[in-house]
Design a protein around this ligand. Structure first.
Ligand SMILES: NC(=O)c1ccc[n+]([C@@H]2O[C@H](COP(=O)([O-])OP(=O)(O)OC[C@H]3O[C@@H](n4cnc5c(N)ncnc54)[C@H](OP(=O)(O)O)[C@@H]3O)[C@@H](O)[C@H]2O)c1
Length: 300
């Protein structure tokens, strides 16, 4: 059995990915900051600030999937919060790297989450591809540091970075946040509503992690979005339609969003399109390549 360590596997993506990995015959170890109990899987602890990691969890690893990270949109981006957002992704990867340095049984594969906001939060008609440069704003810099920490594992391990868009799931995350006011009859597009929101159904994202794990020609950065270009307005409308709710309010003004959320509003109010070509060229196919199908599956 190949052993896969999943950091932050207790979250939205991990909770879907771990059962998938187990169904494919992998032995999974969940690495968490807390004592966790999960039937059928080994759990281990780490403490990123003190530099502690359960060494046993690192024995004989085939792969590491690095999902850990403090919620990007959970709190206003104060300087302290920005540090938590970066450290939870970067310091954590560096801790793993240090802990593995002296071992002969290094993992063959290291796969890290990254964000589609690598390219920034400007609203344009450009379709961003993996060869495009990162943006210089906070979120772009965060992704650059996150990916650079993943690259520390190369050349010893095959490194893959999945620049993830909004993950659509029925079990929480962004969709729940967008759908909540819609369900209450107060849904409205944000700002201009014209900002693109590259997205991916959680099943496709988890299949993409599996693809990255199993296909050894997959290496480097890939956009983890399905290439169906939806704006904030079209996405909000589609969610309202799927929930059979009307959308009658005017857009939430951008200035109000900035007042409430501060700099964090940038990721809610801006966004361009992103290409899904590169991952598809590796043989990956999306089950949910359009919003109607994705939402129908989630709200079935
Ligand atoms: N969901 C999305 O729409 C989306 C979009 C783009 C990128 N991503 C990225 O994909 C990864 C997985 O996403 P997700 O939605 O599953 O995230 P999530 O539900 O927020 O879970 C992330 C996990 O990270 C760990 N974590 C939280 N705060 C931490 C901290 N301060 N230090 C260390 N670990 C911490 C937690 O695990 P423990 O409590 O067990 O330690 C948590 O369960 C994240 O890195 C996220 O940024 C997600």
């Amino acid at each position: 059995m190949k052993k896969v360590l999943v950091t932050g596997g207790s979250g939205l993506v991990g909770s879907h990915l771990i059962p998938l990995l187990r169904s494919k015959g992998y032995q999974v170890v969940l690495l968490s900051r807390k004592e966790r109990k999960r039937e059928g899987i080994t759990t281990a602890k780490w403490d990123i600030d003190s530099g502690y990691i359960d060494e046993e969890a690192l024995e004989g690893l085939y792969a590491i999937i690095h999902l850990a990270g403090a919620g990007i949109a959970d709190e206003r981006w104060t300087d302290a919060r920005k540090k938590v957002i970066i450290d939870s992704r970067v310091k954590s990867a560096k801790l793993l790297h240090r802990a593995l340095e002296s071992r002969s049984d290094k993992p063959e594969v290291f796969i890290s989450a990254s964000g589609i906001n690598y390219y920034g939060t400007k609203t344009t008609e450009k379709v961003y591809a993996e060869t495009d440069p990162p943006s210089a704003d906070f979120i772009g810099r965060c992704c650059v540091e996150w990916e650079a920490a993943a690259d520390l594992f190369s050349p010893g391990s095959r490194v893959v970075k999945l620049r993830t868009g909004v993950v659509l799931s029925g079990a929480g995350g962004a969709l729940e946040k967008i759908a909540k006011p819609v369900k209450m009859g107060f849904g409205a597009p944000l700002g201009s509503g014209k900002q693109y929101m590259p997205y991916i159904h959680i099943s496709d994202l988890c299949e993409m992690y599996l693809h990255a794990l199993e296909k050894n020609t997959v290496r480097g950065a890939y956009n983890a979005v399905n290439g169906d270009h939806q704006t904030n307005k079209s996405l909000t409308k589609a969610i309202a339609g799927a929930l059979k709710k009307p959308l009658w309010l005017p857009n939430v003004p951008g200035f109000a969003m900035k007042l409430v959320f501060g700099e964090l509003a940038s990721i809610l109010l801006g966004g361009s399109r992103a290409s899904a070509d590169k991952i598809q060229e590796t043989g990956f196919t999306f089950k949910f390549d359009n919003l109607k199908a994705a939402l129908a599956d989630i709200y079935r």
